[in-house]
Ligand binder design. Structure first.
Ligand SMILES: [Zn+2]
Length: 445
């Protein structure tokens, strides 16, 4: 791997990014001053002490925004911390992540969301926007202090019991009604609990052959259909987490055709991987590296998800970065934890699944990995086009390289990537958060 970006003196009074292909277009110089984009054009100069980043051949994207990251702190610092997770995010090209609420303790009070928000500020490499729990302790019985979390220093706008489904229709209705007051959104982990009791993988031909308890598509689709109807009924905003089936796509398409305020995300792994990997893969059969919630589905589902992301039915890509320590993952299938890390490979997987297949160009990637997630999360200061006056949140990406995934060098504390040994395209060469490099030359700055 040769270093494609070079820095001069560590001057901080200005920065010129030379020859970057803005959203994959013609090369331009991007001038950054005081954390803001100050100019875009040819042959720009920032003055004597300015830092220069050579970006010939690199694609300039707006800093990526993740709507769905598990940072595990507080409580499971053996899996990830805010510090390690935000380093992984920066290396993946992210300038902001939404931290999911299923920590220990659960982020269901103003106190816990403010704690996570402060930890993010201290870490400094990537903004951390806490997600608040919908119900106390994720127990699905009583609404959490949604208003207090919204009014807190963390300014929570996204609420989710992710990891668990808000399965009680009355509670879901009340949550949707409640968040209208502050333009919040309920992000639902759509999993009908009774239909998925003991479920181990996608219900289908492969689960039948392997004798593993199946996870039917209808368990996801039934909740999404119900919640779309509830959101329409109360006139509130619904966001559907990690859509994984072709049927879910059809329901969301229908809800959007009605003009209802429904948005949806898909994970990188659901855009690339299929359930037959559980039966046969380069790392054997029954390898828990492929155990994830919602489960990997079929090739037809993957194709439907790609088309839905391309045509806007699915609004954005969200990583569902779910770190687990080795002992929770390298065990027998039935006992293994569900989840995969994803921050450091998301852009590469999207390039492979969406860009190299001709389904998205880089402007389309910017919409789905930066603008849309920031919009859905009502996140300020992120997800804006790279233009004069905008905060200089910028990712420089080299789409031309191909390399074998080796998690040994990852910043994440966990190693549960399903791509180990696989060759993926592209590499994040630099990330700038309000003009300050968090990653340079492909390494933490
Ligand atoms: Zn989830």
């Amino acid at each position: 791997m040769n270093d494609r970006t070079q820095t001069s003196a560590a001057a901080r009074d200005g920065l010129v990014i030379r020859g970057a292909r803005l959203l994959g277009g013609e090369p331009v110089d991007i001038l950054v001053r005081d954390g803001v984009v100050a100019g875009i054009g040819q042959g720009l100069s920032a003055g004597e002490n300015a830092e220069t980043v050579e970006a010939a051949g690199l694609v300039a994207l707006p800093g990526l925004v993740d709507l769905h990251t598990h940072l595990r702190e507080p409580g499971r610092e053996d899996a990830e911390t805010v510090a390690t997770g935000t380093r992984a995010a920066a290396l993946g090209g992210y300038t902001a992540v939404h931290a999911m609420a299923n920590t220990e303790p659960v982020a269901d009070t103003a106190g816990v969301v403010e704690q996570v928000w402060r930890l993010g500020q201290e870490a400094g490499r990537c903004d951390v926007q806490p997600v608040g729990a919908v119900t106390v302790g994720l127990a699905g019985e009583n609404l959490a202090e949604l208003g207090a979390m919204a009014d807190s220093a963390a300014r929570v706008r996204v609420f989710s019991d992710d990891g668990k489904c808000v399965s009680d229709a009355v509670l879901m209705r009340r949550a949707l009604e409640y968040v209208k007051a502050f333009d919040g959104v309920i992000a639902q982990h759509a999993q009908e609990p009774r239909l998925t009791a003991g479920a181990q993988m996608n219900e289908g031909a492969v689960s039948g052959r392997l004798g593993l308890t199946g996870w039917p598509a209808v368990a996801e689709e039934a909740i999404i259909a119900r919640d779309c109807l509830l959101a329409a009924h109360v006139g509130s905003r619904l966001h559907v987490c990690h859509v994984s089936t072709a049927g879910s796509v059809e329901i969301i398409r229908w809800a959007k055709s009605k003009g209802w305020d429904v948005t949806a995300e898909v994970t990188p792994h659901h855009l690339l991987l299929t359930d037959d990997l559980v039966e046969d893969s380069p790392v054997g059969s029954y390898n828990p590296i492929y155990k994830v919630n919602p489960p990997l589905r079929t090739r037809a589902d993957v194709q439907a998800l790609r088309e839905a992301l391309a045509d806007g039915t699915i609004d954005c890509v969200a990583t569902d970065h779910a770190p687990h320590p080795v002992e929770d993952k390298e065990t027998e299938w039935a006992a293994a934890a569900m989840g995969m890390i994803g921050l450091e490979t998301a852009l590469s997987v999207v390039q492979e699944a969406m860009v190299e297949t001709g389904l998205l160009d880089w402007a389309g990637v910017a919409e789905r990995m930066s603008y849309a997630p920031a919009r859905i999360g009502r996140l300020q200061g992120h997800g804006r086009p790279i233009e004069v006056g905008a905060p200089a949140n910028i990712t420089l990406y080299d789409p031309a390289v191909r390399a074998e995934v080796d998690p040994a060098g990852y910043a994440s504390k966990s190693r549960n990537t399903p791509y180990e040994g696989r060759t993926l395209p592209g590499r994040v060469m630099a990330t700038f958060l309000r003009g300050r490099p968090t990653v340079l030359d492909g390494k933490l700055a």
